[in-house]
Design a protein around this ligand. Structure first.
Ligand SMILES: [Zn+2]
Length: 270
């Protein structure tokens, strides 16, 4: 079954790349309206709706996409690209045209990433020493959210790193909103992990909207380095390196879990 899914995904993603070629897309940001028209979406409206978006069949191969006018620009673009994905899935694999089915949703999100950040544009733009500022530049260039850009870049496999997206709760704590995407090393966080607002590490993050990042896992004593950026109530961390255990400090922290688990200002191993 997974082989079939892989084959299906490959065919649909190939269709997405053909669509970019057929529409002669040669630069970023990608002209999504042109892509939409090519697959039969003749009308795009922005209305007050609860969903992010909706694909409506008008008959005779014509479609309309309704987007939430309350969603940010980058979110509306991603949603439109996702709905184009549904049409490609339906055309090539008899898949569902409405949102809901898990594997189809995942595939439509992959199509959206391919359409918004085509490999041939983004691959040459990704530098080995990419940091959060670099992600921001890419996000601006491709008119995508920082989060979507982060997933896309890491999924391309050109850089080693771990991306974590935390949502700030009302009490100031940070909750990990999605499984950390790690490439090349492990991070000791699970989805739903909460960083308490009183911890020195979190207080350090609260002092600035962006900057360098250092974290040491209390149990292993492993040190991690990277940087972060705060966007409203979202904190995006990108860890670039995972060093070995820090002698002494790691053992001490492991023996006394609590606030000592996390570094305060000054960072690990400085
Ligand atoms: Zn969907």
């Amino acid at each position: 079954m997974s082989a079939e899914t892989t084959g299906q995904a490959r065919r649909v993603l190939e269709a997405a790349r053909r669509l970019l070629d057929d529409c002669a897309i040669e630069r970023a940001p990608v002209d999504l309206v042109r892509l939409a028209r090519h697959v039969g979406i003749g009308r795009i409206r922005e209305l007050d709706i609860r969903l992010d978006g909706q694909l409506v069949e008008l008959g005779d191969g014509a479609y309309e996409v309704i987007l939430s006018r309350n969603a940010p620009h980058t979110r509306r673009r991603f949603t439109l690209a996702h709905e184009i994905g549904h049409l490609l899935v339906a055309a090539h694999e008899n898949g569902s045209m409405s949102c809901g089915d898990g594997p189809t949703e995942e595939l439509c999100n992959r199509v959206a990433a391919e359409l918004l950040m085509p490999g041939r544009f983004i691959n040459p733009a990704v530098a080995e020493d990419l940091d959060v500022a670099g992600f921001r530049r890419l996000a601006t260039r491709f008119q995508c959210s920082l989060e979507a850009t982060g997933w896309r870049v890491l999924n391309l496999g050109q850089v080693t790193g771990a991306l974590l997206v935390w949502r700030q709760q009302d009490d100031g704590s940070l909750e990990l909103s999605a499984a950390p995407r790690t490439f090349g090393f492990d991070l000791p966080f699970e989805p739903g992990h909460v960083l308490d607002g009183d911890l020195p590490f979190v207080r350090q993050l609260a002092q600035r909207s962006d900057g360098p990042l250092a974290y040491m896992h209390p149990a292993s004593g492993k040190a991690y380095r990277g940087d972060y950026v705060r966007l409203n109530k979202v904190l995006l961390m990108f860890f670039k390196t995972a060093g070995g255990a820090v002698p002494g400090r790691g053992r001490r922290a492991a023996a006394a879990p609590g606030q000592r688990e996390l570094f305060g200002p000054g960072g690990a191993g400085e």
